[in-house]
Design a protein around this ligand. Structure first.
Ligand code: NAD
Length: 290
């Protein structure tokens, strides 16, 4: 019987259910990955998951260096190399310095996961230009800057057959809100809609170089970014009205999807968005949530 984990915080209800224990096949040995925003939530789980899959990992952070170092130590404890690097993904200078340091340390990079993101929520009429610019700079411009640096390195090195049949793999962290409009969060929804076409256009452009680009679109995942949506039993119950599969997503649900997308098992997958959302995008009436 498959190992499973009971959700300790889900209120007892017919919908509360178990989830499988995460599994990471070791298929990324010899590869180096860079994950942005890797000291919290989804990014942390992705960094640990890629490490468990055999990759060496750059753990990017912008605040709280101690949490980034802790993630790096956990990866090293599993037998892989890790390096925490501070960089604001919305700064071209920071991103270029981070990639130079990462490539200097690991020799090259094979995998780039642009995960860093934030919300600055307000009704349209109250939304400031500062809020709008901050969200677009981190969630969209940051993904452009990281993808450009990663592709420069992938193209320079090319395919090394013993390592991977692709020259490089990019994953863009999107959201169900690349598809579902989100009243009260127009900056965030616009940034994720932008990520979708950024990813698809890059995928088309770099496919002839044997570089793959895909996105993962999480639904409601239990992380600090959406704590109010799950931290009380009442909030959790409300959230479940939006999730046909009737459990909240865990960061490891996303990490496993990313680990598969960057592996050679997904070699014919490019330009795709993988929705990991318990069916949330199947409800057309959805207006609020993660
Ligand atoms: P989180 O707040 O736990 O993590 C966000 C990470 O991004 C943090 O490490 C933060 O420090 C980092 N970050 C923010 N600004 C940065 C900057 N300028 N430079 C570098 N790093 C920066 O939230 P999370 O839920 O783990 O979010 C991760 C990604 O997943 C985001 O892109 C988010 O939009 C997306 N997402 C999350 C959910 C969810 O339900 N949690 C749903 C859909 C999409």
């Amino acid at each position: 019987m498959a190992e499973s984990i009971t959700d300790p915080t889900a209120p007892a209800s017919p919908g509360a259910r178990q989830r499988p224990a995460p599994r990471f096949p070791v298929v990324l040995e010899g590869q180096a990955a860079l994950v942005t925003g890797a000291n919290s939530g989804i990014g942390k789980a992705v960094a640990l998951g890629l490490g468990a899959s055999g990759a060496d990992v750059v753990v990017n952070y912008v605040t709280h260096p101690e949490t980034a170092e802790e993630v790096a130590h956990q990866i090293e404890a599993g037998g892989r190399r890790a390096l925490a690097i501070k960089a604001d993904v919305s700064s071209e200078e920071d991103v270029q310095a981070m990639f130079a340091k990462a490539i200097g340390h690991f020799g090259t990079l094979h995998i780039g996961v642009s995960n860093a993101g934030l919300q600055r929520d307000a009704p349209l009429l109250d939304m400031t230009l500062k809020q709008w610019n901050e969200v677009i700079s981190v969630n969209l411009t940051g993904q452009f800057l990281c993808a450009r640096e990663a592709v420069r390195e992938f193209r320079k090195r090319g395919v090394v057959r013993d390592i991977s049949v692709a020259a490089g793999k990019l994953v863009f962290m999107s959201s169900v809100h690349q598809e579902i409009p989100w009243a009260g969060h127009v900056d965030y929804a616009a940034s994720k809609g932008g990520v979708m076409q950024l990813m698809r256009s890059i995928a088309q452009e770099v496919a002839p170089l044997a570089i793959r680009a895909n996105a993962v679109a999480p639904g409601a995942i239990r992380t600090p970014i959406n704590r109010p949506a799950w931290e009380t039993p009442a909030a959790y119950r409300d959230l479940m009205t939006l999730v046909p599969y009737k459990r909240i997503g865990e960061p490891e649900d996303i990490a496993q999807a990313v680990a598969w997308l960057v592996s050679d098992a997904a070699d014919y997958v490019t330009g795709a968005t993988l929705f990991v959302d318990g069916g949330m995008t199947l409800y057309p009436g959805f207006t609020t949530g993660g």
